[in-house]
Ligand binder design. Structure first.
Ligand SMILES: NC(=O)c1ccc[n+]([C@@H]2O[C@H](COP(=O)([O-])OP(=O)(O)OC[C@H]3O[C@@H](n4cnc5c(N)ncnc54)[C@H](O)[C@@H]3O)[C@@H](O)[C@H]2O)c1
Length: 336
């Protein structure tokens, strides 16, 4: 099977590539036997893409890397040809950056997805896996979203992802293309660009610095280790039904304050290292996914308990300063 992974040099895409090629960041147990003969990574290497994320699989003869933009129709047409499956991760992914400037989000997330879908349609790709986020639903006070929940995105990031989700589903309904969607909760783990809350806090704490906590710290997120996200995507790639959306979540909801307490403890630091900062504009209060569908249809369950996953993650950042130190200068634009 020839698999094209867009955004495969980013945080989650690179874990997917490592997993496909047999060097995952978590246990290989429970990973479906998707056996690739070729894994092509198409990645623009924006600020968050990094070839270092693929260093452990660099010498695998099945890996091909193409540096390029998913918005470039000529290149995309050339690269998509000959692949059986496209797994689409490439995106502008940071909410705070989308508040500062939405343009690249609309371009990459909407136009880029449409460019890929068109090429996949032209070349008769057998399956297109579109990777999305719980943020497309907005914010929920109580209960959990099911896959049928109406979309109500509230940030330019989530609005652009919702646009790409609707396009992907439209290609299924209009053209009969085999498209499957995943929507996942907040990921943490190794190789995450240190602008997102977990690696930002961990690397600041390891450097003896402070960490900025938004607002009252009461915003709730459901946390999932990146490896468990990728296991879920592989199951959907393998056995998901065409035209369907599958939620992938961890079932471990924490307020940002609770997450901060765990990270402080894991790094051996106290609350004096926390600096409250003004809340993010339009900050969604709570995200919560119902994951019954992927559990019952595909037998998915997260495998890495949060405390274990956070401990492993802190250890990874402690042991891999050479990976993140160059990424901390100049300072990332904001936290989140
Ligand atoms: N991080 C999370 O918690 C999370 C949760 C749910 C869903 N997602 C989704 O998962 C996907 C991957 O997220 P991530 O956290 O790994 O993001 P990331 O920012 O770490 O990686 C994105 C990758 O896409 C590449 N890229 C960006 N624009 C491109 C373009 N125009 N052409 C080609 N490549 C381009 C970047 O170079 C980078 O390698 C995204 O679609 C995101 O919406 C992320």
């Amino acid at each position: 099977m020839r698999i094209l992974v867009t955004g495969g040099a980013g945080f989650i895409g690179s874990e997917y590539v490592r997993m496909l090629l047999g060097v995952p960041g978590g246990d290989a147990v429970g990973v479906p036997a998707v056996e690739p003969s070729v894994v092509t990574v198409l990645d623009k290497l924006t600020y968050s893409g990094n070839l270092g994320n693929l260093a452990v699989v660099r010498d695998d003869p099945r890996l091909r890397f193409v540096r390029g933009d998913i918005c470039d129709p000529v290149l995309v047409d050339e690269v998509v040809a000959g692949h059986d499956v496209v797994v689409h991760f490439a995106a502008e992914s940071h909410v705070d950056r989308s508040i500062v400037g939405a343009g690249p989000f609309v371009t990459t997330n909407v136009l880029g997805t449409q460019t890929l879908l068109d090429a996949a349609l032209r070349h008769g790709v057998a399956r297109f896996v579109h990777v999305s986020t719980d943020e497309v639903y907005g914010s929920i006070e109580q209960g959990s979203w099911t896959e049928e929940w109406p979309l109500s995105p509230r940030s330019p990031y989530s609005a652009s992802k919702a646009g790409s989700d609707l396009l992907a589903l439209a290609y299924h309904r209009t053209h009969g293309m085999d498209v499957v969607l995943t929507r996942c909760s907040n990921n943490y783990g190794p190789y995450q660009f240190p602008e997102k809350v977990v690696p930002l806090f961990v690397t600041n704490l390891l450097d003896g610095g402070t960490v900025p906590l938004y607002g009252d710290g009461g915003n709730v997120r459901d946390w999932l280790h990146v490896h468990d996200h990728c296991r879920g995507i592989a199951m959907v790639q393998d056995k998901g039904r065409a035209g369907e959306v599958y939620h992938i979540g961890g079932g471990t909801e924490l307020t940002n304050k609770e997450l901060t307490a765990r990270l402080l403890e894991a790094c051996g630091a106290g609350w004096e290292r926390v600096v409250p900062v003004a809340d993010r504009k339009g900050h969604d209060r709570r995200y919560s996914l119902n994951i019954d569908k992927i559990k019952t249809e595909l037998g998915y369950a997260p495998s890495i308990p949060l405390d274990d996953g956070l401990a492993r993650t802190v250890r990874w950042y402690r042991d891999n300063r050479a990976w993140w130190e160059p990424l901390k200068t100049p300072a990332p634009v904001a936290v989140g």
